[in-house]
Design a protein around this ligand. Structure first.
Ligand SMILES: CC(C)(COP(=O)(O)OP(=O)(O)OC[C@H]1O[C@@H](n2cnc3c(N)ncnc32)[C@H](O)[C@@H]1OP(=O)(O)O)[C@@H](O)C(=O)NCCC(=O)NCCS
Length: 153
């Protein structure tokens, strides 16, 4: 894959039919992936559930909630072979746009301190560290804290 153009990718709503593709990417992207049930709950609850397709193939997803003027990014994940090509940035920018449309004034997310690539992406988009949730994530040994990042919209 070389450079990304506006014509070869699309962001579309996730449906139940997409879940086999989403789960494959989720399991490749994370050491501790979400279960199918969690994705089903997100779609059933009317959360912002989006897919990015590249040349017609699903390569990543982004999930966010918006309520009471706040948005919360819950998941952003791309197939490892499609990482580092700008798609993660495109997806998070899309979520920021959706949060604005829904009149959110602030956007939150959690990130592992060890996930420097994600941290750099969020920081470059204007997110700042506002807190720590101790022992938030499962890890191979014990648990890992989450950094809480936020951005005013
Ligand atoms: C985190 C993730 C969503 C980023 O998406 P991506 O498509 O790989 O990232 P992009 O190519 O859009 O790069 C966005 C920014 O991330 C940072 N970045 C990307 N690859 C990087 C690398 N190898 N080293 C350091 N920073 C990197 C840079 O700041 C980059 O911006 P720049 O290219 O303008 O300098 C993706 O890597 C992923 O799916 N990881 C696994 C799941 C995950 O960790 N999700 C986040 C949970 S909070």
């Amino acid at each position: 894959m070389s450079s990304v153009t506006a014509f070869d990718h699309e962001i579309v709503k996730m449906t139940f039919i997409d879940l086999p593709f989403v789960l494959k990417i989720e399991r490749r992207g994370y050491t501790h992936p979400w279960s199918e049930g969690i994705f089903r709950d997100c779609i059933n609850s009317g959360y912002e559930c989006w897919l990015l397709t590249y040349l017609g193939k699903v390569i990543g997803h982004g999930i966010m909630t918006v309520a009471a003027g706040e948005s919360h990014v819950l998941n952003v994940c791309f197939h490892p072979e499609c990482q580092g090509h700008g798609f993660g940035r495109i997806m998070v920018e899309h979520l920021v746009g959706r949060a604005r449309v829904a009149n959110a004034r602030r956007m939150y997310l959690e990130v592992r301190p060890s996930n420097l690539i994600a941290y750099k992406l969020y920081e470059s988009l204007g997110f700042n560290e506002v807190g720590v949730r101790p022992n938030y994530y499962p890890a191979f040994v014990g648990r890992e804290d989450a950094l809480v990042l936020a951005m005013d919209l």
